[in-house]
Design a protein around this ligand. Structure first.
Ligand code: ZN
Length: 166
């Protein structure tokens, strides 16, 4: 694990875990075999308006650098400092959340599509068995690192609303 990474590092172990999650969870069936996801650690999670982790479509430049001989579709970037203080369950949740942004390619243009943050992603997070306690723990850990995580704040408010509505 790249917990103490001081430089940006690709993590093939986590890429394997992403493939395993795709194999084991029906909601990620569309990712199996077809869509390749790279996982890269950066030393620190974003400090302002950023996230513990984020997912983007792999640019041509990134593809050329990371995977010149085969198609690469997405890159998940994770702050190693935040990752280091999450436990296994919280890490697994963060990974599945990032995978929910990977929805496939446009059938006409072949363009790689990234689903942006909407309440729907968070409802899926909650349906995933994510508990309020886990959310609050991850939020607290992010705050301790002074990471102002917009998506966590949103997730927290969606979860609170859900809880209030029974
Ligand atoms: Zn997200």
């Amino acid at each position: 694990m790249s917990d103490e990474a001081e430089v940006w590092t690709r993590n093939k172990e986590l890429e394997q875990q992403v493939r395993k999650v795709a194999r084991e969870h029906e909601e990620f069936a569309h990712l199996r075999g077809r869509l390749k996801i790279a996982v890269v650690f950066k030393p620190k999670a974003g400090k302002k308006g950023m996230e513990i982790a984020n997912t983007r479509a792999a640019s041509e430049l990134i593809c050329a650098l990371l995977e010149p001989h085969e198609a690469l579709h997405y890159v998940i970037t994770i702050g190693a400092d935040a990752w280091a203080i999450l436990d296994e369950d919280q890490r697994a949740f963060v990974l599945r959340h990032e995978m929910r942004h990977c929805i496939g390619t446009d059938p006409e243009t072949g363009k790689v599509l990234v689903r942006h943050h909407d309440a729907e992603v968070f409802f899926e997070d909650l349906a995933d068995g994510l508990s309020m306690t886990t959310i609050k723990t991850i939020v607290a850990k992010a705050r301790a690192l002074k990471v102002d995580d917009r998506q966590l704040r949103l997730l927290e408010s969606v979860a609170e609303e859900e809880a209030a509505n029974g």
